[in-house]
Design a protein around this ligand. Structure first.
Ligand code: NAP
Ligand code: 8YV
Length: 319
């Protein structure tokens, strides 16, 4: 390669539109999944930027001596070591806001699917059982009169809360910092929130602090009428405790878009009739993923053309 374009590494798979946008502006080196850092020393030395779908650990960052910026596809960037990057003056960007509406819409759909068992009802109809066996069983649960607790009330959590208002449910939330721009009740701990509500929606990032915080104690506090919805990250959940709680009636039902070890699910989860599960699709529409792809590319273009990025993660915004 002899042209003078800036070299960008794409370690593994990336959204095709992001890849196309990158190729129009940069010299792109894309490596295979499983062999992401199999590059010559010469190539490593000329890589100034990375575009990734949430994977750039410290071990990879440290192999790229000239790296300036990592552009992450996704608002959650738990797979990128942003603290390590900041220590080496490498900026990390992500894709906030452009997916808020999609993820919030999906959350409401997942909540209703879980409470009213709509996917099971459709499967029943498609299997011809309506004609053969009569009406589908009434759902034991309803959204009526529920008290929803949001674990996380950030960009997406707030959109979920706004969408819940017309359903006439009561809304409370737990975050480390109380928001002074909302009227929802702030609860100072997760366990207190779980005790007060009957429906818990998790929309927090995966961090060391949030690792497996939805545990046996929290599920017991949520109680036998309890519904747990997770659209944040699977890492926040003790999945063994969740499966036990669902099997033994400690909680009533769960709706899950994210899992601890994706794409692997905990054993036995899908056999449970009180589970509605999705394969991490909360932002997965063509328009929203296109917006995310464009932001991934625009962050890199802005950096190399103007020396600033559009949407840095907090670790890169500090000091
Ligand atoms: P955000 O604006 O940064 O909001 C994060 C919220 O979590 C804030 O309210 C924050 O409040 C709270 N939080 C963080 N750490 C906490 C802790 N230890 N205890 C209690 N609350 C805590 O992020 P966002 O844009 O809404 O996105 C949230 C997450 O959703 C992402 O990081 C990503 O993992 C996930 N996500 C999933 C999908 C999907 O496809 N399923 C799509 C998009 C995003 P405080 O800082 O005050 O505690
Ligand atoms: C994407 C997400 O599925 O933005 C996030 O944090 O979890 C989702 O929007 C994911 O990032 C795609 O890699």
């Amino acid at each position: 390669m002899t042209d003078s374009k800036t070299t960008i590494l794409v370690p593994g798979r990336l959204h095709p539109r992001a890849l196309e946008g990158l190729k129009a502006a940069f010299h792109v080196i894309q490596t295979e999944p499983g062999a992401e850092m199999e590059l010559s020393a010469e190539d490593k030395a000329k890589i100034l930027g990375v575009a990734t779908a949430n994977r750039m650990p410290a071990e990879w960052i440290s192999q790229l001596p000239a790296l300036q910026v990592i552009s992450n596809f996704g608002v959650g960037y738990d797979g990128v070591d942003a603290g390590f990057a900041a220590g080496r003056s490498v900026i990390v960007t992500h894709t906030p806001d452009v997916l808020n509406d999609e993820v919030a819409d999906t959350t409401i759909g997942l909540l209703i699917n879980t409470v009213r068992r709509l996917p099971a009802a459709e499967a029943y109809l498609r299997a011809g059982k309506w004609q053969k066996e009569g009406p589908f069983a009434l759902s034991p649960l309803s959204l009526k009169n529920r008290h929803v607790g949001l674990l996380g009330l950030g960009r997406i959590g707030l959109e979920i809360a706004r969408r819940l208002e017309p359903f006439k449910v009561k809304i409370s939330y737990h975050t480390r910092n109380r928001r002074d721009d909302v009227a929802y009740t702030h609860v100072s701990s997760l366990i207190a929130l779980a005790e007060q509500v009957d429906t818990l929606i998790s929309i927090i990032p995966a961090t060391p602090e949030t690792h497996k915080i939805i545990n046996e104690e929290v599920l017991a506090a949520l109680g036998p009428n309890g519904v747990f919805i997770n659209v944040g990250r699977g890492a926040s959940v003790d999945e063994a405790a969740l499966v036990t709680a669902l099997k033994t009636g400690v909680i009533a039902a769960a709706g899950l878009d994210v899992f601890y070890d994706e794409p692997n699910l905990p054993e036995g989860l899908l056999d449970l009739p009180n589970v509605s599960a999705l394969p991490h699709v909360a932002s997965a529409s063509v328009p929203t993923r296109n917006d995310m792809a464009d932001l991934v590319v625009d962050n890199l273009i802005q950096w190399f053309e103007q020396g600033k990025v559009l949407t840095p993660v907090p670790e890169s915004s500090r000091g």
